[in-house]
Design a protein around this ligand. Structure first.
Ligand code: GLN
Length: 190
C-alpha cells in the first residue's frame, strides 16, 4: 500500500508518521511525478485558499483529479475536507468536488473556538475518538452516495463516498491510528 501526503502546507509530518505507524509505504507529494503509483493521497489541514493556490502553482489539480478518477483514494482532513467537497453557492474557493456535498468553512467559529472532543464514530468501534477541531469546517447537503460517519449536533464532521474520506478534525494530532487504518482499509477493499 503506497500512500502520499500532499506536502505543500500544514500537518504533513504528523500524517506521514501516522501512516508509517500503520505500516504503509509513505511519500511526500510536492509535484505531479510524486503521484505515480499511489493507492491513496492524504490532504492535510492548513488553509484551503492557500493550498488551493499552491495546487495551481505546482500544477497538481488536474493530475490529482486524473489519479482520483483512475482509482486513487483521498483522505482529506480539515482543509482536505474542504477541497474534497463541493462549493456552497457564492463560495468561489477551489474544490475537487469528489464528495457529493457542500462545505461550510470555519463553521465552528474562529481559532479561539478550537476544541477537542470525544467523538462517537460507530465504524471505528465503541470507544470514542479524540477529535481535535481547529477552525474546522463541516459538510451539508450530502448526496445519496455519501455515507455520514460522524456528526456533532447534526453537523457532518466525518463522511465518505467510496474511497474518498473527509474529516473535519485532525486525527494526525493524536496517537489514535484508527482513522488512518480505516482509510487504508478503504483503499484495500473499495
Ligand atoms: N479554516 C481552514 C480553511 O479554511 C482550515 C483549518 C484547518 O485545516 N485546520 O482552510
Amino acid at each position: 500500500m503506497k500512500v502520499g501526503v500532499l506536502a505543500l502546507q500544514g500537518g504533513v509530518r504528523e500524517h506521514v508518521q501516522a501512516l508509517m505507524d500503520c505500516g504503509a509505504e509513505t511519500v511526500m507529494v510536492k509535484g505531479r511525478q510524486d503521484l505515480a503509483g499511489l493507492d491513496g493521497l492524504v490532504i492535510p489541514g492548513g488553509e484551503s485558499t492557500t493550498v488551493g493556490k499552491l495546487l495551481v502553482r505546482f500544477g497538481l489539480w488536474e493530475p490529482i483529479r486524473q489519479r482520483a478518477a483512475a482509482g486513487m483514494g483521498i483522505f482529506g482532513t480539515c482543509t482536505g475536507m474542504i477541497l474534497l467537497a463541493g462549493a456552497l453557492p457564492g463560495d468561489h474557493g477551489p474544490r475537487l468536488g469528489l464528495i457529493e456535498c457542500e462545505v461550510v468553512r470555519n463553521a465552528f467559529g474562529r481559532q479561539i473556538d478550537s476544541f477537542e472532543t470525544e467523538l462517537a464514530i460507530p465504524v471505528l468501534g465503541e470507544r470514542p475518538f479524540p477529535a481535535v477541531f481547529i477552525r474546522a469546517p463541516y459538510l451539508v447537503n450530502p448526496g445519496r452516495k455519501v455515507e455520514v460517519l460522524a456528526t456533532i449536533d447534526e453537523k457532518i464532521v466525518l463522511a465518505r463516498q467510496g474511497k474518498f474520506l473527509a474529516c473535519a478534525f485532525h486525527p494526525e494530532l493524536t496517537a489514535d491510528l484508527r482513522l488512518h487504518r480505516y482509510f487504508l482499509d478503504l483503499l484495500r477493499l473499495c
